[in-house]
Design a binder for this molecule. Structure first.
Ligand SMILES: O=c1[nH]c(=O)c2[nH]c(=O)[nH]c2[nH]1
Length: 321
């Protein structure tokens, strides 16, 4: 009796991760720069490369890296990570018949112009003005046909470190035999913001030229859509302003207000997900020397605690009409 196989391949995806790209766009003496870490993963008729050692279906990950650099050179969309990710994803599913989906993730590092002479910005000198990154996650789906491409776009922020020294309470939580935390009406609130918002699906035009290099962004920008270049800055400002101004009852309650504001300000954003570690700062107990450093209004010296931290996450979704 033939042996029944015990297993089968149920998911397969491969590509290149952390392709580091730096690009200069020269507008005469006025230079624009971007620095990206790019991940590209492909799905399609690639099962045989796993199950039968058949490399004839494999676009080498080295070629995936080369294509990433080539499009960084020729794409007119390189300065915008959402558009560049869509261009790159569209390229892979258009060029290779057996590739049905491309997943492109881009992390953009911050470079700001150095201010010189009374706030004027330097044309070609830059500095790193924060460790937070703009992030983009794109899926280009050709599984319904190469002329019926669908784009799914998520974007957001990672590693945006913030702290407020008052305007934050935590009271009224469950008290039982396991509770040691005291209620406070004034505490430090610090977190490293991780934000992802998603847009409604967009139809994409398949590139028509032989090299599959054209990628058209539709004319006209709809407010709050994937094509609206103000969305990332609005989302960042909403995050920072709500964090600063909210009289926070908890990380959960502040998170919810941030997300509501992003949904309200951007018509095409469907979901907003925040993941917020609660980075604890513990007041140092100085009772042993007769000094009150524990009463919230007298707490001035704290120990920043690297771990453990709380971790508060939620997704807020637009209500469907
Ligand atoms: O804002 C907070 N939410 C919690 O769920 C929590 N739990 C905790 O110990 N401290 C805090 N703070």
């Amino acid at each position: 009796m033939p042996n029944k196989p015990l297993s089968s391949l149920t998911a397969a995806r491969y590509g290149k991760t952390k392709v580091r790209v730096f690009r200069i766009v020269r507008q005469d003496k006025w230079h624009h720069i971007v620095e990206y870490n790019v991940d590209v993963l492909l799905e399609g008729d690639i099962e045989s490369s796993y199950t039968e050692a058949d490399n004839s279906v494999v676009v080498a990950t080295d070629s995936i890296k080369n294509i990433t650099y080539y499009l960084a050179k020729v794409s007119p969309h390189i300065l915008n990570p959402e558009k560049f990710a869509l261009h790159l994803g569209t390229f892979f599913v258009s060029k290779y018949a057996h590739v049905h989906k491309a997943f492109v993730a881009i992390e953009q590092l911050r470079w700001a112009r150095i201010p010189v002479e009374a706030g004027k910005e330097h044309p070609h000198a830059f500095y790193r003005d924060g460790d937070d990154k703009r992030v983009v996650k794109v899926e280009v789906d050709a599984s319904k046909g190469k002329d019926k491409l669908v784009g799914r776009v998520g974007a957001g922020i990672s590693d945006l470190l913030v702290l407020k020294s008052t305007g934050s309470k935590f009271e009224g939580f469950i008290r039982d035999e396991y509770t040691t935390l005291v209620e406070v009406d004034d505490r430090i609130f610090s977190t490293s913001v991780d934000l992802e918002y998603t847009f409604s699906e967009i139809p994409l035009k398949a590139p028509g030229d032989a090299e599959k290099l054209q990628f058209a962004v539709p004319e006209g920008v709809e407010d709050g859509s994937v094509w609206d270049e103000e969305v990332p800055e609005r989302a960042r400002r909403a995050t920072l302003e709500v964090f600063a101004e909210d009289e926070s009852a908890s990380v959960q309650a502040t998170l919810y207000k941030m997300a509501q504001r992003i949904i309200a300000e951007n018509a095409h954003i469907q979901t907003v997900t925040y993941t917020l570690p609660n980075k604890h700062y513990i007041p140092v107990d100085m009772k042993y020397i007769g000094v009150d450093n524990l009463t919230p209004s007298k707490a001035e010296v704290f120990t920043p605690v690297a771990a453990p931290s709380g971790l508060i996450s939620a997704t807020i979704s637009r209500k469907q009409e």
